[in-house]
Design a protein around this ligand. Structure first.
Ligand SMILES: *[C@@H]1O[C@H](CO)[C@@H](O)[C@H](O)[C@H]1NC(C)=O
Ligand SMILES: *[C@@H]1O[C@H](CO)[C@@H](O)[C@H](O)[C@H]1NC(C)=O
Ligand SMILES: *[C@@H]1O[C@H](CO)[C@@H](O)[C@H](O)[C@H]1NC(C)=O
Length: 365
């Protein structure tokens, strides 16, 4: 089909690889033309990998090294404990407010000033959990993003891969970040001489939610450590960290492919360190997030990569596709960019069995 829009220009719209007129859209080329490229972290919109049920936002290092962007799932929620104020200790105690509406009293679920504590509890709970923060640690040295040189990053929309590279004190670090298509897992590969020298580590930290559940883009705090608990169970080549906060418990399970030790938490924090120790200059790490009751299976990085490539390829190849490449309007390119990036963000943030009530559960585009 062809439409006359955007002045005198032409849109090709197809529901399969070949349109009615036989014109074949090179979907891969159209999509990849809008791969986001960055050389500095955004302060408000991270690049993300994910699958609709799980998403992981990253800074310029491909992880959450400098900016604690969110790691969120459809199942990870938390309640603060209920108030203890007499008459306001249960959800059922909340009476709402009566308003005269068309000559009759109607009860509305609105904050009741006479029941401030339970009203606030209902507004604040539950909160979607920011499950963990994962980043690079430069052997404990205080480092800022400005100290890294030659920063370059690209999100490949066609395969769901984020490639990041930079130099730290002259030595290059390459990071690849992927999300699995069907589990709450990320796959990370890091390559650098710094690993072989033992001067680059991977950290994981556990934020505590705050009562302002609309905090964005950084969700939760890392300085209220006595209000929650983490427990490490290390094994050979793998480990699980259990996070307990009030009634909520979940596991973060790690699996890696070379010699490395996991330790922690560092005193006064919920921060753990994975320290490569075999003198190799690369490490592949998979991390799976799961409710405590579930027995998580941690996929290997190679499996995550393959699943991501297949999932995104069928995402872009199946269904309708708008191609504006024949359009002559100068606005067509920007419109195409917004269509492609919105499709990516919708797939990552909203294409779940539980669609969000509003415009997206993680970040708006
Ligand atoms: C970083 O990206 C911006 C915008 O694309 C560009 O103008 C700038 O030259 C880049 N800086 C470096 C150091 O590559
Ligand atoms: C939070 O509390 C509400 C009300 O008691 C309950 O329905 C819900 O399951 C709880 N959610 C979590 C994650 O604890
Ligand atoms: C934690 O840090 C926040 C600001 O990031 C601050 O408002 C809060 O008071 C701190 N809490 C504690 C327990 O130190």
């Amino acid at each position: 089909m062809h439409f006359k829009v955007l002045g005198a220009s032409v849109i090709a719209l197809s529901t399969s690889a070949a349109s009615v007129t036989g014109h074949i859209i090179d979907r891969k080329a159209v999509v990849r033309a809008f791969n986001p490229r960055r050389n500095v972290s955004s302060t408000i919109t991270p690049l993300q990998v994910g699958n609709g049920n799980f998403a992981f936002g990253v800074d310029i290092t491909g992880l959450q090294t400098f900016s604690p962007f969110a790691t969120m799932s459809t199942w990870g929620w938390h309640n603060f404990s209920l108030p203890t104020t007499p008459g306001q200790t249960a959800v059922e105690d909340f009476a709402g407010l009566d308003w005269w509406t068309h000559d009759r009293l109607v009860n509305y679920n609105q904050p009741n000033p006479a029941q401030g504590d339970i009203s606030s509890w209902l507004i604040q709970n539950p909160q979607r959990l920011n499950l963990a923060r994962i980043g690079l640690s430069f052997k404990g040295e205080e480092t800022t993003e400005e100290e890294l040189q030659d920063k370059a990053q690209e999100l490949d929309l066609w395969t769901g891969k984020i490639s990041s590279s930079f130099k730290y004190k002259g030595t290059t670090v390459y990071v690849e970040t992927w999300a699995d298509a069907s589990s709450d897992s990320i796959g990370i590969s890091v390559e650098s001489e710094l690993l072989a020298r033992g001067s680059l580590e991977i950290f994981v930290d556990f934020p505590l939610p705050t009562r302002n559940k609309f905090d964005a883009p950084f969700v939760g705090v890392s300085n209220a450590t006595s209000s929650h608990r983490t427990t490490l169970s290390p094994r050979k080549g793998s480990a699980t960290i259990r996070h307990d906060l009030d009634e909520t418990s979940y596991d973060v399970s790690f699996s890696w492919d070379s010699k490395a030790e996991i330790s922690g938490p560092i005193k006064g924090t919920h921060r753990y360190l994975l320290q490569p120790s075999g003198g190799k200059k690369d490490i592949a790490l998979s991390v799976t997030f799961s409710p405590a009751a579930a027995k998580a299976r941690v996929p290997r990085l190679a499996q995550i990569k393959e699943a991501s490539q297949n999932w995104w390829e069928s995402f872009w190849n199946l269904g309708a596709f708008v191609d504006l490449s024949a359009a002559t309007s100068e606005k067509a390119m920007e419109l195409q960019r917004r269509i492609i990036l919105s499709q990516y963000l919708t797939a990552v943030n909203s294409a779940s069995a539980y669609p969000p009530q509003e415009s997206g559960k993680f970040y708006q585009c």
